[in-house]
Ligand binder design. Structure first.
Ligand code: ATP
Ligand code: MG
Length: 642
C-alpha cells in the first residue's frame, strides 16, 4: 500500500523530492560544506571552523562537532526571536482541566527564563553543575531547562511519574546539587505528591543542597529549613535580566536517562552545538514547520521527545509549541481532538501506544470533533502497526494528512529515519528512509553488510551532529554498549527490514527478534497481525525455548473493551495470524492480558514478558521503571503454561 505525496505538499515543502535528493548528494560529496551550512541556522557567538572530528574506532574513539564554535542554547531559543517575534506565542499551555490554558509569548518566556536562571544562581548553581528537574507538564518545566542552558548548568529531567527510589537513583548518578519540583502534579484529575516524593528521594541524596518548590496546586507541603525554598518567593526577588553564558559547542547541555525498556537506564549525555543544530533542523524539515503554525507534541518533557520536539527544536525555530499537562482519556476519550480544535493545532505528534488505546474506544470520540486545522500527523516511540497507522490516517487525519513515522532514540538526539511529507510516498508502518547525511546499514550477526531487500541489525556508519557523546560518568559503557558489537559502527540495538523499494521497516529491538525453526521473525510483525484482528486492542509477543522449533511464539493479548475471552477466540486468533503471516508465525501460546507491563513512557517491557513466558518468575529483574507493577502479578498468576 502506497500513499503518494499530496500535490499541495510537494509544492510547499522545505524539502520536496528534488531538494531531498540534492541534500543527500551534497551530504555525500561535500560533507564539510553540508554540515557547516546546517550549523548556519543557529546564532553563534563564535561560528565554528572545525566542523566534524569523529572516530568510532576504539583506538582513537571521539565524537566532536563544531568544537571551536561558541553559542548559548537559550539565546538561540529565545533572545534571537525577540526583535521580530516578541509578542508571538512561544508556548501554549493546556492544563489537565479543560478550562485551564495559557499562552506565553517569547517576551514573557525571556523574562521567566532569566528570572529562574537568576534564582538558580542565587542558590549556588554555576556552570557545569547538575540540576535535576522533577516537574509536571507546566511551563516551569521548560523554563527550568532553558534557565539551566542559559547559565551553563546541565539539566537532568526526571519524568514526574517516577517513584522516589527511581528519582534518587537518577539524582545520585549525576550528583545534582539542586532539585526543582512542584508541590503537586495534576494528571487525569488526580494529584501526584511530587514534593513528598522528592523528600523521600533526597533523604538518600547527600549531594543535594537546595530544593526549589514551584506552586502548582497550592497544597501545603512540609519544608525543610535551610534546604527547601518556595520558588515564587525566590523569583519575586530575582532580576529579569540574565546574560546568556557563552558555551563551547561541546559543553554538556543535558543528561537524560533512557526509558529502561531493556535494563538499567543509561545517563545519555548531549552537548550544546550539534544537538541544537539537529533538533532545530529536524523539527523544521520533518514537520515542514513554518513560523506561526501551531504545533503539538504530546510527549512528556521527561522523555527525549519532549526535550527535542517540545522545547529545543520548536523554540529554536521560533515555533508555537503546545504543552499538555493531562492524559488522552481525561475527562473523556475525545480530549486530544478537543485540544486540537480549541487551539487550532496544525501539526500533531504522538505515540502508537496512545493511538492504540484510543482506537480501542472506537471512532465516535474522534468524530465528535472537527480536526479541520490538522495538516500533518507524526508518530514516535515504537513501530506503529499498520492497523493503527491506517486508523490514524483515515479517522484522525480524514485521509488528508501525511504521517511522519519518525524512528530515533534518546541516544540519537533527534530523528534519523522518517518519511519527509513533501518528498516521500508513505507505506503504513515504515519509517521510510534516512535523513540526508545519515548513513544506515543492515548487518547480520557477524557484521557482514547486507545489501538490497533484506533484514538485519540496524547500524549507523557515521556520526550526525545530534549523536550522544557519552554515558554520564561511564565513558567505557558508552563505547562498549554502542560501538563494540560492530567495530567502527554505531549499533542501534534495533532490527530492521529493507524492502525492494529501499524502504526501512523497524522490526523492534534485536533482542525481540524471534528465531522460529531457523526463520527470523520480528515480534512487531506478529503483534501487528494480532492487532489487525477486530477484537484485539493490543498485543505483545515474545519468544520462549521450544524443543522442536528452537523458539516458540508466546503472545499476550489485550482484547477490546467488552469482548469476552474464549477458547473459540483463541483458536480464531491463532488461525488469523497463521493466515496473515504464514504457518511459521503460528502462535504457540496465547495468554489473555488485561494489561501489559509498560514503561512510564508507554513502551511494552518485553524483557519481563519474556521471563514470564520462560517461567523464570524469580528473575523478573528491575521493575522500577514500570508504570503499573501490579500488571505483572496478574500475568504471573494467569500464566498460560507453555
Ligand atoms: P532503553 O534504551 O533504556 O531500553 P528505550 O530504548 O525504550 O529504553 P528510547 O530511547 O526512548 O528508550 O527509545 C528508542 C527506541 O524506541 C528505539 O531504539 C526503537 O526501538 C523504538 N522506536 C522509537 N521510534 C520508533 C519508530 N518510529 N519506529 C519503530 N521503533 C521506534
Ligand atoms: Mg534504547
Amino acid at each position: 500500500m502506497l500513499f503518494p505525496v499530496p500535490k499541495a505538499w510537494g509544492e510547499r515543502a522545505h524539502l520536496d523530492a528534488d531538494a531531498l535528493a540534492a541534500a543527500r548528494r551534497r551530504a555525500n560529496e561535500d560533507p564539510h560544506g553540508y554540515w557547516k551550512d546546517l550549523a548556519g541556522r543557529l546564532d553563534w557567538i563564535t561560528p565554528p571552523t572545525k566542523i566534524k572530528d569523529v572516530s568510532f574506532h576504539e583506538e582513537d574513539f571521539r565524537i566532536r562537532w563544531y568544537e571551536d564554535g561558541v553559542l548559548n542554547v537559550s539565546a538561540n531559543c529565545i533572545d534571537r526571536h525577540l526583535p521580530h517575534r516578541a509578542n508571538e506565542v512561544a508556548l501554549i499551555w493546556e492544563g489537565d482541566d479543560p478550562a485551564a490554558s495559557r499562552k506565553i509569548t517569547y517576551a514573557e518566556l525571556h523574562e521567566q527564563v532569566c528570572r529562574m536562571a537568576n534564582v538558580f544562581k542565587a542558590h549556588g548553581v554555576t556552570k557545569g553543575d547538575r540540576v535535576t528537574i522533577y516537574l509536571p507538564m507546566i511551563p516551569e518545566a521548560a523554563y527550568a531547562m532553558l534557565a539551566c542552558a542559559r547559565i551553563g548548568a546541565i539539566h537532568s529531567v526526571v519524568f514526574a511519574g517516577f517513584s522516589p527510589d527511581s528519582l534518587a537513583g537518577r539524582i545520585n548518578d549525576c550528583d545534582s546539587k539542586l532539585v526543582i519540583t512542584a508541590d503537586e502534579g495534576v494528571r487525569g484529575g488526580k494529584r501526584i505528591p511530587l514534593k513528598l516524593n522528592v523528600d523521600a528521594a533526597v533523604a538518600h541524596c547527600p549531594g543535594v543542597e537546595k530544593v526549589l518548590v514551584v506552586t502548582r496546586t497550592g497544597a501545603s507541603v512540609p519544608l525543610t529549613a535551610g534546604r527547601d525554598v518556595i520558588y515564587e518567593h525566590a523569583a519575586a526577588k530575582a532580576s529579569i535580566h540574565c546574560a546568556p553564558e557563552p558555551m563551547s559547542a561541546e559543553d554538556p547541555l543535558f543528561i537524560l536517562y533512557t526509558s529502561g525498556s531493556t535494563g538499567k537506564p543509561k545517563g545519555v549525555l548531549h552537548t550544546t552545538g550539534g544537538y541544537l543544530v539537529w533538533a532545530s533542523w529536524s523539527h523544521e524539515v520533518v514537520f515542514d514547520y513554518r513560523p506561526g503554525e501551531i504545533y503539538w507534541c504530546t510527549a512528556d518533557v521527561g522523555w527525549v521527545t519532549g526535550h527535542t520536539y517540545i522545547v529545543y527544536g520548536p523554540l529554536a525555530n521560533g515555533a508555537t509549541s503546545l504543552m499538555f499537562e493531562g492524559v488522552p482519556n481525561y475527562p473523556c476519550n475525545s480530549r486530544f481532538w478537543q485540544v486540537i480544535d480549541k487551539h487550532k493545532v496544525e501539526i500533531f505528534y504522538t505515540a502508537p501506544t496512545a493511538l492504540r488505546a484510543l482506537m480501542r474506544e472506537g471512532e465516535a470520540p474522534v468524530e465528535r470533533t472537527s480536526r479541520a486545522s490538522l495538516r500533518l500527523l507524526g508518530s514516535v516511540g515504537e513501530p506503529i502497526n499498520p492497523e493503527a497507522w491506517l486508523w490514524y490516517h483515515r479517522v484522525v487525519g480524514e485521509s488528508r494528512c501525511p504521517i511522519v513515522d519518525t524512528w530515533w532514540q534518546t541516544e540519537t538526539g533527534g530523528t534519523l529515519m522518517t518519511p519527509l511529507p513533501g518528498a516521500d510516498a508513505l507505506k503504513p508502518g515504515s519509517a521510510c528512509g534516512p535523513m540526508p547525511g545519515v548513513k544506515p546499514e543492515l548487518v547480520d550477526a557477524e557484521g557482514v553488510v547486507l545489501e538490497g531487500a533484506t533484514e538485519g541489525n540496524l547500524v549507523i556508519t557515521d556520526s550526525w551532529p545530534g549523536q550522544m557523546r557519552t554515558v554520564y560518568g561511564d565513558h567505557r559503557r558508552f563505547f562498549e554498549t554502542y560501538f563494540s558489537t560492530y567495530p567502527g559502527k554505531y549499533f542501534t540495538g534495533d532490527g530492521c527490514r529493507r524492502d525492494a523499494d529501499g524502504y526501512y521497516w523497524i522490526t523492534g529491538r534485536v533482542d525481540d527478534v524471534l528465531n522460529v525453526s531457523g526463520h527470523r521473525l520480528g515480534t512487531a510483525e506478529v503483534e501487528s497481525a494480532l492487532v489487525a484482528h477486530p477484537r484485539v486492542a493490543e498485543a505483545a509477543v515474545v519468544g520462549y525455548p521450544h524443543q522442536i522449533k528452537g523458539q516458540g511464539i508466546y503472545c499476550y493479548v489485550t482484547l477490546n473493551a467488552g469482548v469476552t475471552p474464549s477458547e473459540a477466540l483463541r483458536k480464531e486468533l491463532t488461525d488469523w495470524v497463521r493466515r496473515e503471516i504464514g504457518p511459521i508465525a503460528t502462535p504457540d501460546v496465547i495468554q489473555w492480558a488485561p494489561g501489559l507491563p509498560k514503561t512510564r513512557s508507554g513502551k511494552i517491557m518485553r524483557r519481563i514478558l519474556r521471563k514470564i513466558a520462560e517461567n523464570e518468575l524469580e528473575s523478573l529483574g528491575d521493575t522500577s521503571t514500570l508504570a503499573d507493577p501490579s500488571v505483572v502479578d496478574d500475568l504471573v498468576q494467569n500464566r498460560a503454561g507453555a
